[in-house]
Design a protein around this ligand. Sequence first.
Ligand SMILES: *[C@@H]1O[C@H](CO)[C@@H](O)[C@H](O)[C@H]1NC(C)=O
Ligand SMILES: *[C@@H]1O[C@H](CO)[C@@H](O)[C@H](O)[C@H]1NC(C)=O
Ligand SMILES: *[C@@H]1O[C@H](CO)[C@@H](O)[C@H](O)[C@H]1NC(C)=O
Ligand SMILES: *[C@@H]1O[C@H](CO)[C@@H](O)[C@H](O)[C@H]1NC(C)=O
Ligand SMILES: *[C@@H]1O[C@H](CO)[C@@H](O)[C@H](O)[C@H]1NC(C)=O
Ligand SMILES: *[C@@H]1O[C@H](CO)[C@@H](O)[C@H](O)[C@H]1NC(C)=O
Ligand SMILES: *[C@@H]1O[C@H](CO)[C@@H](O)[C@H](O)[C@H]1NC(C)=O
Ligand SMILES: *[C@@H]1O[C@H](CO)[C@@H](O)[C@H](O)[C@H]1NC(C)=O
Ligand SMILES: *[C@@H]1O[C@H](CO)[C@@H](O)[C@H](O)[C@H]1NC(C)=O
Ligand SMILES: *[C@@H]1O[C@H](CO)[C@@H](O)[C@H](O)[C@H]1NC(C)=O
Ligand SMILES: *[C@@H]1O[C@H](CO)[C@@H](O)[C@H](O)[C@H]1NC(C)=O
Ligand SMILES: [Fe+2]
Length: 438
Amino acid sequence: MKMGNSSFVAIALLMSVVVLCNGGKTSSYVRKLIQNPVDMPLDSDAFAIPPGYNAPQQVHITQGDHVGQAMIISWVTVDEPGSNEVIYWSNSSLQNFTAEGEVFTYTYYNYTSGFIHHTNITNLEFNTTYFYVVGIGNTTRQFWFTTPPEVGIDVPYTFGIIGDLGQTFDSNTTLTHYQNSNGSTLLYVGDLSYADDYPYHDNVRWDTWGRFTERSAAYQPWIWTAGNHEIDFDLQIGETQPFKPFSNRYHTPYESSQRTSTLQYKWLTAELPKIDRTETSWLIVLMHAPWYNSYYSHYMEGEPMRVVFESLFIKYKVDVVFAGHVHAYERSERVSNDKYNITNGICTPVKDISAPVYITNGDGGNQEGLSINMTQPQPSYSAYREASFGHGTLEIKNRTHAHYSWNRNQDGYAVEADKLWLFNRYWNPRDDSTIHIP
Ligand SMILES: *[C@@H]1O[C@H](CO)[C@@H](O)[C@H](O)[C@H]1NC(C)=O
Ligand SMILES: *[C@@H]1O[C@H](CO)[C@@H](O)[C@H](O)[C@H]1NC(C)=O
Ligand SMILES: *[C@@H]1O[C@H](CO)[C@@H](O)[C@H](O)[C@H]1NC(C)=O
Ligand SMILES: *[C@@H]1O[C@H](CO)[C@@H](O)[C@H](O)[C@H]1NC(C)=O
Ligand SMILES: *[C@@H]1O[C@H](CO)[C@@H](O)[C@H](O)[C@H]1NC(C)=O
Ligand SMILES: *[C@@H]1O[C@H](CO)[C@@H](O)[C@H](O)[C@H]1NC(C)=O
Ligand SMILES: *[C@@H]1O[C@H](CO)[C@@H](O)[C@H](O)[C@H]1NC(C)=O
Ligand SMILES: *[C@@H]1O[C@H](CO)[C@@H](O)[C@H](O)[C@H]1NC(C)=O
Ligand SMILES: *[C@@H]1O[C@H](CO)[C@@H](O)[C@H](O)[C@H]1NC(C)=O
Ligand SMILES: *[C@@H]1O[C@H](CO)[C@@H](O)[C@H](O)[C@H]1NC(C)=O
Ligand SMILES: *[C@@H]1O[C@H](CO)[C@@H](O)[C@H](O)[C@H]1NC(C)=O
Ligand SMILES: [Fe+2]
């Protein structure tokens, strides 16, 4: 989809890459806290249930179309289905609008969901603050959001990047730090609630996650990528429909790309040529499992996907790829590894200024803890790696320049531990590497 001046494509699932020789920086930062993080208790303030009969909870929004003139408003009611209606108005309008959506419920083993509402509100003005009310007829709650600016080649826009968040005390810190950043839309790189780490995938932890993230996700779009923790396939308890809780709770605007129910490869090969870089200057890809990962955790899991897709990313000049899955931070230089043809033995990543920068932001803070075990020596493609929790920020300045920073939780929220200027691959394909690769 296009947002502001940047276009990006969300690719669900899939996993990781490899290779050796001395690389960039392994941070010497020493974390104070090494023990595994724990989930916040069910009665934590972060999960507070809003008061009132059938009060909407777990409110979250995501972009509803390609350009930013529609928004999908989602919420859960627990006492009765209630209304699917959203009332909304812009800051300057004298008139209220209403939109009607749909309600869903699902069961998972012995859990029954609340009433999950999704309403797409349309015909929005660009770069405009809207207020909206949900819970019509019973307890109402009001929120607001600002639409992205009209698509334009030099329009600045700031994204946040979070992955593998979970619902621990550390997750709460990550979210608070993100809220103190200037991000206008969050790019979420998969693995949401980690409810599946509980016996029977206790879906109550999907509800707590929805209430926890509402304080950001009700006010700005979160763009979803699914991770392995969203699969929720469990034969032993008779749950054989993959992605059941996720797909009921988190709707995405896939109709906007005329998606047919094709394989990921067919979809992507059709989608990439549609992007007009003279209109949409930045091309960002989100996926869950990283291709360039030098931690032992999920080492090489992304290989099957990389060998199939990597040449497309280079051909279409993808600027940056964000992934999660590995519970740590890592940033690559611009490298590729697509020359191998069975006979030539060329199977080492090499510097390639036509390639994207690969960033792993699997550092949201979930209960599985940090991936601290790194391959040694640091491979040459790896520019910076650190096993700490945090979040990323991508500030698009214009068609040629974007600034990326990574903010670790242990610092003040405005401290950048890793940062660099990214030059656009279409408009400014100069070398922007931060370390020397032979
Ligand atoms: C709404 O508009 C008023 C002025 O009309 C302004 O003071 C206020 O800050 C605006 N609110 C938002 C959320 O943009
Ligand atoms: C729009 O709806 C809100 C919330 O229900 C209400 O406070 C406001 O008075 C309405 N405005 C108009 C112009 O009807
Ligand atoms: C679901 O089943 C498990 C195991 O039997 C039990 O511990 C749990 O309380 C049940 N939950 C509900 C909502 O019935
Ligand atoms: C809750 O709202 C729905 C939809 O507006 C309405 O049909 C229902 O009567 C309301 N329930 C109560 C108890 O007010
Ligand atoms: C968006 O609106 C604000 C004022 O509300 C203005 O300062 C800004 O320049 C606008 N941005 C774009 C890209 O139009
Ligand atoms: C979570 O963070 C919020 C905002 O900083 C804070 O008000 C709340 O007390 C925190 N909750 C827990 C359980 O740490
Ligand atoms: C957000 O933007 C403002 C204005 O440009 C700046 O002063 C502030 O430092 C930024 N905050 C962060 C956390 O980067
Ligand atoms: C939301 O509405 C817009 C405008 O009609 C449409 O383009 C888009 O496909 C809709 N999105 C969803 C998820 O229904
Ligand atoms: C493999 O690549 C080498 C050099 O990169 C080339 O000489 C050779 O013809 C290629 N073989 C095949 C089967 O494509
Ligand atoms: C790191 O992983 C390697 C390979 O699995 C293993 O041999 C080693 O013991 C691990 N080290 C630590 C500190 O976990
Ligand atoms: C694009 O943004 C960069 C970084 O802010 C700035 O140095 C450069 O001058 C800008 N380019 C134009 C054409 O304004
Ligand atoms: Fe994962």
